[in-house]
Structures are given as C-alpha cells and as structure tokens.
Design a protein around this ligand. Structure first.
Ligand code: PLP
Length: 436
C-alpha cells in the first residue's frame, strides 16, 4: 500500500530520476506485478526490512546466493577479516587457489576453473572458450533458459528449426545472434533434428539443468541423456549453466542429481555463480584441463578481469561453502523446502485453487496450473493477473517471493519451521481470495 509517508515510494521516485526504471536490474522494478518495489534497509537470517521498517520473510535471497540466510556469523566474520587485509590487489592470492580447490573437490566434472565476477561473465566466457577450443561458431540454447545478458545469448527462437534466432534486446546486431540456435526445452525430436542439420558446426550446447528462469522446470532425464549423447557424438561441448542450481540443489550441484539417474553422466563444462560467492560478486566457469588450457595466458582464448578472484568475495564464498558442506546441511534444507511446497499445495487444494509445485534442495517453483509445465510456452499459460494477486497478497502479509511468475524461489538454512508455517498460513488466506 502506498501512502504519503511511504519511504519505499519516496525512494523509488528519487531513484527514477537518476537510475533507468529506478533499479539496477530490471525485474526489481515490479513492472510485471505492479506496485512499488521494496527498498531494503537491512537483512538478517530469513528476513529483510524495507525502508518503512516492515519485515518480510525472504524467499528470493538475492536471487539465490543467500543459502545460509542473511548475515551468517561465520560468513560475516570471514568477510570482516578479509576486508582488513585489503579490498583488491589485482594480483593472485592464496584464497583464490583455496576456493578453486574447494569447488573442484565438490564438482568432480571440473578439473580447472577460472573465477570471474558475475554469471553473465562466466557464461559469456564459456561460449568464447567453447568456440575457441572447438574451432566452431554455432551454439545451442533453449527457450526459457537465461544465461545472463551477453549479446549472443539474448535470443529467442526463429520461425523454424533450421533458422537461427532473433535478438530479444535492441542493440544486439543480427550478425551476433546468427550462430545461436534456440530450441524448445525437453523436446528430444527437435534436438535430434538440430544436431542432424548442424551438428558438425556446433561448439556447445548450453542448458540450465533445472531451469530457474522459467520458474522451475526440470530437464527430463531422457532429454538430458540425449543432450549428452548428441554432444559426444558430434564433438560439441555440453555446458551446464549451474549459476542458479550450483550448490543450491545439492552439494554436487544439479549434475550430481542427473548422475544418479544417468550412469557416468558429466558435463564438459560448468558455469557457476550465486552460492559460490555467498552474496558477493563472484562466479566461475570450468571444465576439463584440456579445454581450460585454451584460456589466456596458456592458450589463445582471451579472458580477463580487474576484480576477478576478489579477496573479499573469495572469503565470502569460501566461508559459505564451508558451512554448506557440513554433514546434514542439504537434507535439512531439502526438508524445509519440501515442507513449504507441500504446505502450499495442501492449502491451494483445500481452497480449490489450481496449483502445482516442485523442488530440489533449497530451490522451488510453483505454478497456478494443474500440471507441471515442461517448457516455456507451457509456463506462460499461467494467468498473470492471478499470479499478481498472489504476489501482492503475500507481500501485504510480509512474504517476499519473486515479482514475476517465471522466477524460481529459494529457501535458506535460516528459514525455520515457524517461518514456513507462517508463510503457508499467509498463502492460505490469499488462496481463499483467489478461489472467490
Ligand atoms: N545463468 C543463470 C542460470 C542465471 O540464473 C543467471 C542470473 O540469474 C545468470 C546466468 C547470470 O548471472 P548474473 O546475474 O550474475 O550475471
């Protein structure tokens, strides 16, 4: 609700004068759902407080990184110590080596990695490396998967399979996306046709294994298996974009979940971000030694960054990884997340509201639909006005979920059973309104 004394509204009006749309990343503007974005004053554990001092239970967690909740004491301690040692050196540090070793020990498909500052940078650098290592230009991505805002990845499907995509953003020349083929998620026949037509020219196939940028849609096991087989058959690199799922759905990331269903499954390259920085600007990409050694200064593929491997960000990431690798962490996290989605499901069912949900580890999604969607067009069948009513109903009751129906949600280890029960009760009241 907006009033003359609403500090969120006052800040938004100030922000609109100096920052395009008043925000530094579009979805924060509440454009899809309407209303005033909440300006965060501070956060602790499972909560944040807005500019009016109103508390919210946070199911976004900075869009995924805050797996321990906000202000975890071990992480705060590590960051404070690192700050006193210096903010940035532009020279190597032991902590970068430690973080690389830690990540590689948990994700065995990677033999080497490079640290960067954002998921966008990591995905963009991966594409360049895949092209450089294979000597091929074409890449495959899937409709509804987001890999950051590099030019070649801001593409939607063309009019037919044999045609390449068109840019989804102004400012991206058609020549830049002419090598990007956009396919439907979970569509095996289309994937096979694409490889039959273009296989020997494809440098890499990039996929979100559980797509969190179309809410929560899993790649089916047969689909993922076919991605692996076709990449191997045609000499293309299979790249899992685990910026969101990495260390969020399991300690071994989503690839470990698929490896349970597909014996020997492993990607050629992995893109990581979010959790590995614990809320600081940090991301990574990695793969086999043979591929990674194509990177400068060893190889001919150029990639660099003034703030890459930043000492404060690496301290934050390391402290986070050390907490989440403690025994029982993921079991407890998955249980909290499951109790949230099953409680929401029961409340929706009781009120006769069409609803379905899914979760893995600390990541979840729900849809105001009868059946879980398998691809982007199915996700977009959700009624926006109904989702918006749900979003604002929850927000008014102090529950903060993503302000768009195509975004996943996140539970942290700081969310208690009481927090989750209160969220389910808030949702029950909103479902009642939706059922009228
Ligand atoms: N890849 C995936 C799967 C993502 O979810 C995101 C961001 O949400 C990115 C890449 C881009 O990461 P960043 O926002 O850090 O640039």
């Amino acid at each position: 609700m907006t009033t003359a004394t609403d500090k969120n509204q006052q800040l938004f009006e100030r922000a609109l004068k100096v920052i395009p749309g008043g925000v530094n990343s579009p979805v924060r503007a509440f454009k899809a759902v309407g209303g005033t974005p909440r300006f965060v004053q501070r956060a602790q554990g499972a909560y944040f407080w807005d500019a009016n001092g109103q508390r919210y239970t946070d199911y976004i967690g900075s869009w995924g990184p805050m797996i321990l909740g906000h202000g975890h004491p071990a992480v705060v301690d590590a960051v404070q110590k690192a700050l006193l040692e210096g903010f940035s050196f532009g020279a190597p540090t032991e902590r970068e080596v430690e973080l690389a070793e830690e990540i590689l020990s948990l994700v065995p498909s990677m033999e080497m990695l490079r640290l960067v500052s954002s998921g966008t940078e990591a995905a963009m650098s991966t594409i360049r490396l895949a092209r450089g290592a294979t000597g091929r230009n074409k890449i495959i991505k899937f409709e509804g998967c987001y890999h950051g805002h590099a030019d070649a990845l801001l593409v939607k499907a063309g009019s037919g399979l044999a045609t390449f995509g068109s840019a989804t953003s102004a400012g991206v020349p058609p020549e830049v996306v002419q090598h990007t083929l956009v396919l439907e998620y979970n569509h095996i026949a289309q994937l096979e046709e694409a490889f039959a037509l273009h296989g020997k020219d494809i440098a890499c196939l990039m996929i979100e294994p559980i797509a969190g940028n179309m809410n929560f849609v899993r790649a089916s096991v047969p689909f993922m298996q076919r991605c692996r087989e076709l990449c191997t058959q045609y000499g293309a690199l299979l790249v899992l974009d685990e910026v969101m799922t990495g260390f969020r759905v399991a300690l071994g990331s989503a690839q470990s979940v698929y490896a349970k269903a597909i014996p020997g499954f492993a990607p050629d390259m992995t893109v990581l971000g979010k959790v590995i920085g614990g809320g600081m600007p940090l991301a990574a990409f990695g793969g086999s030694r043979a591929v990674m050694e194509h990177l400068a200064p060893m190889g001919a593929v150029y990639q660099a960054g003034t703030l890459s491997g930043n000492p404060v960000a690496t301290a934050c990431g390391l402290a986070t990884l050390r907490e989440i690798r403690k025994p029982g962490f993921y079991e407890a996290l998955a249980q909290s997340t499951q109790s949230l989605v099953s409680g929401l499901q029961a409340a929706a069912d009781a009120e006769g509201v069409a609803f379905c949900s899914d979760s893995e580890g600390g990541m979840f999604g729900f849809f105001l639909l009868d059946q879980l969607p398998q691809n982007y067009p199915q996700v977009m069948k959700t009624s926006s006005p109904r989702f918006n009513q749900l979003f604002h109903g929850l927000l008014d009751r102090g529950v903060y979920i993503a302000p768009a129906l195509y975004e996943a949600g996140f539970v942290s280890s700081a969310h208690t059973a009481e927090d989750i029960a209160a969220t389910i009760e808030a949702a029950r009241a909103v479902f009642k309104e939706l059922s009228k």
